[in-house]
Design a protein around this ligand. Structure first.
Ligand code: PHE
Length: 344
């Protein structure tokens, strides 16, 4: 009687598995046989009505078919996954990796690299060194050394991506200020370009990944006029024309006083367009006199030295320089965008 039932179940199971086409078919089979009210489970329930002297044998037989059903279902899942993978491979575009490659196509520099090099050259000619710095930094370097204590509201503007170990992707190139002050001491003149990250919703003028170029000059008697002079010289060299700028007060905990240096939007000529949020002006270079707390954190003698710092938006500068309307084109990896810079 039991034997018959078991061989009936086995035949039915084999037929069902042979028909199954996808993981959900298999799942239905698993429920039908091994689920709470499944056919194999039902056999177990019958065990209580079996005479005691036959229980052991009965139990063993059920265990065999149960294990058999489990194994067959597992195999079927693996077979279906393998088949799906094979289909995917066969349907994908085929490449012949032994084909000769045409290496004659010329590459190009990314527009941000082009602008970065230009600006570096201008600053190098004014005696600035060019520094490299990390992309992953700690909270101290990115915020605390810059006079932004924990829970300071200024942090809200710079939400970023935190790693499990507490480090973070730097939100601004200012994160390198402390290390560079400690490396060189005063006097110093340095620019340091770098990739920055913020947790932003993207639009034509915001990206979660962008480039800045930070600059610092620390010496005796450095004042705001030095800052303005260097900014104006740099911008007129880069744009090779007179650029309208305006200076507004701006708040950053690591400078005092702080400013926003805006340039008249070169895409719309100051009329207003999506690239400048219709204001006609583009925030290009926040700057200011380095806050004494920041100098102190960098080991600089604040009785003797003062300095200025600026954070030039390199990505914005590249957009202005080359009339790129949407910031997202710059990170898109689209060769049609890059191809336009071949001969520059
Ligand atoms: N680090 C600031 C930012 O990214 C910009 C800045 C740099 C402001 C240097 C003042 C001085 O928002």
């Amino acid at each position: 009687m039991l034997e018959e039932k078991i061989s009936g179940i086995r035949a039915q199971l084999d037929a069902a598995i042979a028909e199954a086409k996808n993981p959900s078919d298999i799942e239905a089979i698993r429920v039908q046989y091994l689920g709470k009210k499944g056919l194999v489970t039902d056999l177990m329930k019958e065990l209580k009505d079996v005479p005691n002297d036959q229980k052991k044998e009965y139990g063993q037989k059920i265990n065999v078919i149960k294990k058999e059903a489990e194994d067959k279902i597992k195999e079927a899942i693996a077979a279906i996954a393998k088949k799906a993978e094979e289909e995917l491979v066969n349907s994908a575009e085929q490449y012949d990796i032994t084909m000769p490659v045409d290496f004659t196509g010329e590459g190009s520099y990314h527009p941000i690299t082009l602008v970065q090099r230009e600006v570096e050259e201008v600053f190098a000619s004014m005696g600035f060194t060019i520094e490299d710095y990390l992309e992953i930094v700690d909270d101290y370097k990115c915020f605390e050394a810059l006079n932004i204590p924990k829970h300071h509201p200024a942090r809200d503007m710079q939400d970023t991506y935190y790693l499990d170990n507490g480090q973070l992707l730097k939100t601004h190139t200012s994160a390198a200020q402390n290390a560079i002050m400690r490396k060189y001491g005063a006097p110093l003149r340095a620019v340091f370009p770098g990739r920055c990250f913020r947790n932003e919703n993207t639009d034509a003028c915001h990206e979660n990944t962008f480039f800045q170029m930070e600059g610092m000059m620390i010496d005796e008697n450095i004042s705001i006029s030095n800052l303005i002079y260097f900014m104006k010289t740099m911008l007129s060299e880069v744009f090779k024309q007179d650029i309208k700028v305006r200076l507004r007060p701006g708040f950053f905990p690591f400078v005092e006083p702080g400013f926003e240096l805006d340039i008249s939007c070169l895409i719309c000529g100051g009329e207003g367009c999506p690239s400048c949020k219709n204001s006609g002006w583009l925030e290009l270079c926040p700057c200011g006199m380095i806050h004494p707390n920041v100098l102190k954190a960098g080991g600089i003698d604040t009785d003797k030295y003062t300095g200025f710092a600026f954070g030039l938006g390199l990505t914005r500068l590249a957009m202005m320089r080359y009339g790129i309307k949407d910031i997202r084109d710059l990170n898109s990896g689209n060769l049609k965008v890059l191809d336009q810079f071949k001969n520059i």
